[in-house]
Write a protein that binds this ligand. Structure first.
Ligand code: AMP
Ligand code: TRP
Length: 344
């Protein structure tokens, strides 16, 4: 038995409009974990400003992520929803982890390499250090499970490396302060289900993302039914009928993506979808997919709009969540300060 009680932490950046990728890869999967785990869902605004955010847009996007958590069914009474910047210990532990993590580890992060591109000398220092702040988010709460999309796997591996190095570097201080030698847990990514990497609707080589220049490539959580149906109708596919078996989707990126989206939306598996649609072409499959997508997403969008019309209510929920998160965070930081040797 691990000394750590099961606790979930995850976060989404308030940086642009939420997409179907955010919903299927993360938010939808936050909800059932509430039955078995204590859950903390964060709007990671400190992460958002690693690239320029207009302050007005940052505020609105913060409300939007919080509204999405609530509309999807996260319960702020039983669990915790808050925005990161209200709990100061994230930045504090992030700094300590900047001094634990190694330059070489950060240089290997593929998301940094993709985001910085040829511009690596001109991006913010924060963008480079971002994964150690992410490790701080998770370990501040000694979280054991982290539901995320596939693109975050490498950041979770780094989180474990940081936890391990901290436990090793400070082993004797951890012991002399009376803590278990495994001071920080090794958090597990929870990457599961048929839509851990939702692809762009226009280009099966790219992931669906908030920052895609083409709005036809991306279904947004706040899209109305007509927009969703139109984007699915125009989505890139291929001329072949759907296969009867999952193996038959190999090499058919766009087809596999649309089948995965259908399966995730309807809580089935890609094989179930092919049992139903194998042998049929996209002329038949796309309208069925649009119907499922609108049926699932429209009520959530409506509920998000209801919350967005009451920003005071969202602020109240975030402040209350921040207060509860702070209690856990300040306990951890009191221990960490002693372990590191800060006089307090
Ligand atoms: P971000 O928008 O980068 O803050 O991502 C928030 C969460 O959504 C993370 O868990 C991501 O892995 C997940 N996510 C973002 N885009 C996708 C996608 N296209 N497919 C699956 N998950 C995604
Ligand atoms: N890095 C994550 C992303 O881009 C967001 C994030 C920040 C996160 N801190 C986290 C996710 C902690 C899970 C746990 O999607």
């Amino acid at each position: 038995m691990s000394q750590f009680s099961p606790r979930v932490f995850s976060g989404i950046k308030p940086s642009g409009d939420l997409t179907l990728g955010n919903y299927l890869g993360a938010i939808k999967r936050f909800v059932p974990l509430q039955k078995t785990h204590a859950c903390i869902y964060c709007v990671v605004d400190l992460h958002a400003i690693t690239v320029w955010q207009d302050p007005k847009d940052l505020k609105q996007a913060t409300y939007e992520v919080a509204a999405a958590y609530l509309a999807a069914g996260v319960d702020p009474a039983q669990h915790i929803i808050f925005n990161q910047s209200q709990v100061l210990q994230h930045a504090e532990l992030g700094w300590i982890f900047n001094c634990v993590a190694r330059m070489g580890w950060m240089q290997r992060m593929t998301q940094f390499k993709d985001k910085a591109g040829k511009n690596a000398q001109n991006v913010s220092l924060g963008l480079f250090a971002y994964p150690s702040l992410m490790a701080a988010d998770i370990l501040l709460y000694k979280a054991t499970h982290v539901p995320v999309g596939e693109d975050q796997k490498q950041h979770l591996e780094l989180t474990r490396d940081i936890a391990q190095k901290f436990n090793n570097d400070f082993a004797s201080s951890i012991r002399s302060n009376g803590f278990d030698e495994n001071y920080f847990p090794m958090p597990e990514p929870v990457i599961a289900g048929p839509a851990t990497r939702v692809l762009s609707l226009r280009d099966g080589a790219k992931k669906m993302s908030k920052s895609d220049a083409s709005s036809m490539a991306t279904i947004y959580m706040l899209d109305d039914g007509d927009a969703i149906a139109k984007k699915i109708k125009k989505a890139k596919s291929d001329p072949e009928p759907l296969p009867g078996e999952v193996d038959g989707l190999e090499g058919r990126l766009e087809a596999a993506n649309l089948v995965g989206i259908y399966a995730a939306l309807s809580d089935t598996s890609p094989q179930d979808v092919l049992d139903q649609f194998g042998g049929q072409g996209f002329g038949a499959f796309k309208p069925a997919l649009a119907e499922v997508a609108v049926a699932q997403l429209a009520p959530i969008a409506e509920e998000m709009r209801r919350y967005l019309a009451q920003p005071d209510e969202i602020e109240r929920i975030l402040a209350e969540g921040a207060e509860r998160a702070s209690q856990i965070a300040s306990e951890t930081m009191k221990e960490v300060r002693d372990i590191v040797g800060f006089v307090s």
